[in-house]
Each structure stands twice: as C-alpha cells, then as structure tokens.
Unconditional design. Structure first.
Length: 223
C-alpha cells in the first residue's frame, strides 16, 4: 500500500516469476550486487535472461496442469526440463542462451494448448462493431465496458484491456497471455479458470475480495 501511495505502481505490479531469487541465491551463490560491484553489470544481464526463462517455465507448468492438453504434456515436460536445466547454468553460459529460440518453441505450444482448451482456433468477441478497434495490430479495448460481452473461451492474447470494465464476468477458458490489464476492473469477476494469467497482470488490475483467481495467483494486498 505504501508503494501505491508514493506513486510507485510499477514496483507494486512487477513480478519476476522467481528469477531474482534464482540469480542471487543460486547463480551467484548468495552474493549481493551491491557488495560485488565487479559482477553487478553481468548480474543484471543474467537476470534479464533468467526472468524470461522463468516466465516460460511459469506458462509450461500451467500447461502441465491442464487435463484437456494431456496430449501435449510429454512435449511440455521436455521443454520444461530443458529450460529448468538452462536456469542452473553458470552466468557466462546463461548469457549465451538464445532466448528468442526458446520463446518461439514455447509460444507454438502455448497456442496449441489454447486452441485445445478453448475448443476452437479463435473466438470472435461478441461486441458491438464500434468496439472492434485495433492499435498497431492488436485488439484495442481500452476503457471499454465489456460487462455485456461473452468472453468465455475467448482469445484475448495481447489485447489492450487497460481500464476495461470486466466486472462480474466469467473468464473461463479465456486466454489472457500478454493482455495488458493495467487498471482493468475485475471486481467480482471469475478468473479462476482463465488461461496463462500472471501475477503481474493481476497486480496491475483493480479487484476485490469477490474476485476469483487461479490457485497459484496471490490476491494483491492493495485490493
């Protein structure tokens, strides 16, 4: 709450998926960047790679919990093992990782998972035509009142939901990967069955005690 009051909302919403602890406690064996200035620059660069590795690991672990995507679990497990092994490498080795290559492989699998779980390749948003806007190739639902929309099973990958009104909606099987949810109003909404929701997305939204979240997501203290 103090961070919000001081205008540091970015700090309040940020989540590194556990990469920070991995780098400080394991990769650098507990060394503090403030005490080891000679390695601080490298430590920051390693963290940037590690954060992406851990984000990919987060998504793959969710796939492993989805029974509808059981046919993909073997492939998911293989990718997961590869990424977890990469995260244990030395700092120099981590900096050599081709993270774009791994993003491509994981993204393909996440798209297939989304299609299977949602039961369709795409779900048209049931919105009035005036709301079907686009910004730089992404669906733009900025500040849109979506309370009358049927978003169950919808593909909202990368959609701009900044300040959108989602109060009371059920987002079961709704793919939210990469959706910008800053100040999205999700009070009384049910996101417990949504796909690829992250802690940082939830932290940046407006919710309350009636907002339902997946079990792995913590309810923000500021709610």
């Amino acid at each position: 709450m103090e961070l919000k009051e001081e205008g540091l909302r970015g700090c309040l919403t940020y989540d590194c998926f556990g990469a920070g602890q991995q780098v400080s406690q394991n990769t650098y064996c507990g060394r503090n960047w403030m005490d080891f200035h000679e390695t601080s620059k490298q430590m920051f660069e390693v963290f940037m790679v590690m954060q992406q590795l851990y984000e990919l690991i987060w998504y793959l672990r969710e796939v492993q919990t989805l029974q509808e995507a059981k046919a993909l679990h073997k492939k998911t497990g293989s990718l997961l093992g590869t990424l977890e092994n990469l995260a244990q490498r030395s700092p120099d080795a981590i900096m050599q990782i081709d993270i774009d290559k791994h993003w491509g492989e994981v993204n393909d699998l996440l798209i297939r998972t989304s299609e299977i779980v949602r039961g369709r390749k795409n779900q048209e948003l049931s919105l009035p035509f005036k709301y079907k806007r686009n910004f730089m190739g992404r669906a733009d639902l900025f500040a849109t009142d979506l309370r009358e929309a049927n978003l169950t099973g919808a593909d909202l990958r990368g959609v701009c939901l900044i300040a959108a009104d989602l109060r009371g909606l059920e987002l079961k099987r709704t793919d939210l990967i990469g959706a910008d949810m800053r100040d999205a109003d999700i009070r009384e909404a049910d996101l417990s069955g949504s796909l690829f929701l992250t802690q940082s997305q939830v932290n940046s939204a407006i919710g309350d005690t009636d907002t339902k979240l997946p079990g792995v997501i913590l309810r923000p203290a500021q709610w």
